[in-house]
Design a protein around this ligand. Sequence first.
Ligand SMILES: [Cu+2]
Length: 148
Amino acid sequence: MIGFLRLAVAATIGLSLVVPAAADTVEVLATGGLTFEPTDVTIQSGDSVHFTGLAGGFHTVAEVDDGAATSWNGGFHSPGGASEFTQVFNSPGVFHYICEPHVFSGMRGTVTVNELPVPTVSTWGLALLVLLMLVAGTIVIRRVKMAT
Ligand SMILES: [Cu+2]
C-alpha cells in the first residue's frame, strides 16, 4: 500500500510539473476591404495561424523579408486558389506576410511568435498533489498508531 502511494505521489508530482501548453490556432480573415483582420497577431512558438477568406477575393498569403513589399523569400506561401491556409510557427520571431495581388493596396500583416513559456505547476496538479499527500499522511499516521 505504501509503495503504491509513493508511486502515486511521484507520478502526480511529475505530471503536475510538466504540463505541456496546448498549441493554439489564431484566426486571420482576408477581407473584401483588402486587409487582414487582425493585421498583427502575437502567438506562442508551436501555435498556428489559420487564414480564411482567400479564394473569394483572390487573396494569397506570402511571407516576405522585413515587411518589404516584393522580396518574396521562400517562406510560407498559400497554395494558389486556396480558400484557406494554415501555417504552423515553430520558431520565435517576427514574420511579415503580404497578399501578393493586393500588396500595393497595403494588404499585409505580421505574426509575432514568442518563445514558449517555461512549464509551470498547474493549479489542478498542485491540488491533486496536496490531496494525495493528505491521504498518504493520514494512512501513515494510522499505521504508526496501529503499530504502537
Ligand atoms: Cu488580397
